[in-house]
Design a protein around this ligand. Sequence first.
Ligand SMILES: Cc1cc2nc3c(=O)[nH]c(=O)nc-3n(C[C@H](O)[C@H](O)[C@H](O)COP(=O)(O)O)c2cc1C
Length: 358
Amino acid sequence: MIEALFPLARPLLHGLDAETAHDLTIRGLSLLPPRRPEADDPALAVEAFGHRFPNPVGLAAGFDKGARVADALLGLGFGFVEVGGVVPQPQPGNPRPRVFRLTRDRAVINRFGLNSEGLDAVGDRLRARAGREGIVGVNIGANKESQDRLADYVACTARLAPHVAFITVNVSSPNTPGLRDLQGEAFLDDLLARVVAARDESGSRAAVLLKIAPDIALEGLDAMTATALRRGIQGLVVSNTTVARPATLAEATLARETGGLSGRPLFGPSTRLLAETFLRVGDRIPLVGVGGIDSAEAAWTKIRAGARLVQLYSALVYEGPGLVGTIKRGLLQRLKVEGSTGLAAIVGRDAAAIARGA
Ligand SMILES: Cc1cc2nc3c(=O)[nH]c(=O)nc-3n(C[C@H](O)[C@H](O)[C@H](O)COP(=O)(O)O)c2cc1C
């Protein structure tokens, strides 16, 4: 139903500034009657982090920052939903406007700056839905003004881990000054150790994932993957938005806005980084491939590059919620052509070629 309405609603939504359109979308989703997603073909099922995902197509962080509509999003057919980013204290983020549609590039630039209702509000909503069907994770960050950023991640983990399937440690948002410095090896080692300890102390079995920036150098990736494996976290999310501005962007004026670029222009760089990550970790921990997925072809390429699960956000702005079903049908079609009974055999199969840029 909502999938069929999107083509009609799109010109209206795109006539509004991007944040207002997004707020309206969240409100619309919150008004939908509860609905169970249609059962997925078992060939799409994926095992990761101790869960059986009905399909590998997830919603990326940043869409439902306040965990207001996770169940409605699962009802659209996503195999899992990552809510947040959440930080401990409520914070407004950067002044508006802070999100821009680069329509001709099928891209988005945002500099929200981790605006969040804070841990209490989001924690209460997640607690209220705990035990319901559907895989929901949460993305956590640190307050801009925090004196102890490490403590912020620990507080989020302690509070939220009991209510979610996974926690994504976001040290890769480009919009909180200094946050990406936390990707440095010594700090990261300490951070992951403390987050894992906080998860264990909470009695929860939520998986801990680390989300990385597409702008890191390969030496940085070496260090991050080694630290992640050493600290026993359960997965890596590759990648967040980029501060780079490819010369190919058609929307030259908007491209000068400060913030993280996502959508189609991020596909190439984030997929190469994903492949490089797979070459380092293999199948020791699952990878979540995110960045510029806007078709079944793009999702299939992420899987060939090493993703066991995928996520998307920006393409929803342009394609609407029908994209989820389109991708799932396309993945099934490709499995059929290959004569393969499941996605596991495809994961990372072409990582070496994709890393070389082939
Ligand atoms: C408006 C917006 C807000 C986002 N907020 C977050 C966030 O709070 N935490 C995070 O880790 N990633 C955030 N992201 C990044 C996405 O989760 C994703 O990694 C990135 O957009 C690439 O995927 P895409 O090309 O499919 O959009 C945000 C992205 C957008 C467009």
